[in-house]
Design a protein around this ligand. Sequence first.
Ligand SMILES: NC(=O)c1ccc[n+]([C@@H]2O[C@H](COP(=O)([O-])OP(=O)(O)OC[C@H]3O[C@@H](n4cnc5c(N)ncnc54)[C@H](O)[C@@H]3O)[C@@H](O)[C@H]2O)c1
Length: 268
Amino acid sequence: MKPITVAVNGILGKMGREVVSAVCQQQDMVLAGGADIKASQNTIDLPFSRGHAPIFKDIAALLDATKSDVLVDFSVADTALNAIRVAAAKKTNVVIGTTGFSTASLKQIEAIAKDNDIGIVIAPNFALGAVLMMHLARIASKYFDYAEITEAHNHEKADAPSGTALATVRGMIQSRGKPFISPQTKNFTLENVRGGQVDGVTIHSVRLPGLVANQEVVFGGQGQTLSIKHDTINRECFMPGVILAIREVAEHHAFVYGLEKLLHLGGT
Ligand SMILES: NC(=O)c1ccc[n+]([C@@H]2O[C@H](COP(=O)([O-])OP(=O)(O)OC[C@H]3O[C@@H](n4cnc5c(N)ncnc54)[C@H](O)[C@@H]3O)[C@@H](O)[C@H]2O)c1
């Protein structure tokens, strides 16, 4: 069978490099090239004895030169939308890991997929374990009235709480159809010590050097607690999800939002 040719936008970034390594380890894929605004050379060396691949500053030049089946984008939201438009015009399928799209941009991306009959998979979290953690939290939410979340990330993370923590709470509330019960503390001897609250769920955000990304959802009930925990050890955790998405878009020309759809995790 003909291998899937993959191009990467943001190829010199942390995630872009990880994608190069993951693609080069697949028998059914070829890393065709990449684009990055920081590109200062014409080629990059590929790992696993895969030789070299061309790199460009310009996404259109990349797709013209490589005629890739799939473009994987891990860049920045502003630039990613343009990359998607360029790819669609050239009938290239797209996998998007870049985060930070507005709701309006997501609607535009969905329309681009339909209008051009290409596949687009967009997932704010490609880590299989994180997606399963959110799914299991949705299930448990129907059976417990109390829940708290502790999310822990690297000290350089700009925002708090994490988007994953907020998305977890949204899914939990959607599943149980009502807010959780929030215990009322009478006397505070330290300000903000109970964290932030969304729909009765308290979120605690830890920021420390050395951490990558962790989240624990703890449910409380009569005489018991239930903990669902996901630990990210390094960026490789995103790659099985990205590789799954590449195979999916190469085969099915549809718009898919969220890795949970590709894992066939039904609604709870
Ligand atoms: N979906 C997921 O599971 C997941 C996981 C990790 C990170 N992310 C997201 O992926 C994105 C990239 O993350 P990162 O850690 O690799 O960041 P990074 O800053 O290391 O890499 C981004 C790369 O994009 C390049 N770039 C910027 N503007 C460009 C342009 N106009 N054209 C081409 N390249 C351009 C930069 O030069 C850089 O090399 C972020 O949005 C991040 O939130 C998503």
